[in-house]
Design a binder for this molecule. Structure first.
Ligand code: AMP
Ligand code: MG
Length: 286
């Protein structure tokens, strides 16, 4: 253990919580403070946590099959190239896909625009027993929408309270909500955009439009600051996950999910049949 002491998932989680009054600008994008060691040691520890995550997810799924109403929702936000797709692949990829619902929110379609901004979000909530993953979310409606004046301020400014009310309902209905901002530096974004241009197998990830968005970097940071501060609530807190080092990002995400699921402590449903009788019947099969 390079750091001299190990952090429990609960400690890793609380180390990265963002509370109202906190400042995003004070969060280090290359922080590795809760890592159990160097990169290699941390990756090994992440692997062990992901094994536990898979078992916990199966229990949640089984609980749902048995009639349980609970679910888990991981919501990911972050600047372009912040690693949302990579995080989904690494962390969520360890779970049984049958119990996972991943939704990527893009520029709204005409149909979505004809509805309230929460309409498409509500429809994508995970069913009982499932783990939902939002790659972008309702927060785009106070981020990109605010930065580019896609609706008037009189409208977007009401959305923080609307989001809080919505999330309270979601949590009350049995969904454990884990909201994550993957926090990268502007320099790291330049680095990642450059890497995508060096390797023909990464051209598909490159989006020239990201260069234009980058010119609004400070406006986005301000919009994130307000979204985090105004929508970090007791029932649905925000976490700011340092994103410059992918191995540390994955470590923190694995801890957040394990902490959430340990806390939920899903239970396997009891048999709804006579076990002894079924054992006799199976033993008697030819
Ligand atoms: P990507 O995640 O790289 O596939 O890009 C999705 C794009 O959709 C991003 O540029 C988002 O900002 C944009 N987007 C997502 N939600 C909204 C929204 N509610 N209004 C406008 N643009 C959005
Ligand atoms: Mg993109």
């Amino acid at each position: 253990m390079g750091k001299g002491h190990a952090h429990s998932p609960q400690q890793v989680t609380s180390a990265h919580e963002f509370r109202p009054g906190d400042l995003l600008a004070e969060r280090d994008t290359d922080d590795v403070s809760t890592a159990p060691g160097d990169r290699e040691q941390t990756e090994a520890a992440t692997g062990a946590l992901l094994d536990e995550l898979a078992v916990l997810q199966e229990r949640l799924y089984a609980e749902g099959v048995g009639g349980g109403q609970r679910s888990l929702l991981l919501l990911l936000q972050g600047m372009d190239t912040s690693g949302k797709d990579g995080a989904v692949r690494r962390v969520v990829g360890s779970m049984n896909p049958a119990g996972v619902r991943i939704t990527s929110f893009k520029k709204p379609t005409d149909e979505e625009l004809a509805h309230d901004f929460l309409w498409r979000i509500d429809r994508a909530l995970p069913p009982a027993g499932h783990v939902g993953v939002f790659n972008r979310s309702q927060y785009e409606d106070v981020l990109v929408v605010r930065v580019h004046d896609l609706v008037p301020e009189s409208e977007w400014s009401t959305r923080y309270d609307r989001i809080n009310e919505f999330e309270r309902r979601v949590v009350d209905a049995g969904t454990h909500l884990v909201k994550v901002m993957l926090h990268i530096s502007k320099g790291e974004q330049k680095q990642r955009l450059g890497e995508r241009l060096e390797d023909p197998t990464k051209f598909w990830k490159y989006n020239a439009g990201d260069l234009h968005e980058r010119t609004f970097w400070d406006d986005y940071q301000d919009a994130y600051q307000d979204a985090l501060a105004r929508c970090s609530t007791d029932s649905a807190p925000w976490y700011v996950v340092p994103g410059d080092r992918k191995w540390y990002r994955d470590w923190v995400l694995a801890n957040l999910l394990v902490d959430a699921l340990r806390d939920m402590n899903p239970t396997y449903p009891p048999a709804d049949f006579d076990v002894a009788e079924q054992r006799r019947l199976v033993a008697a099969l030819d």
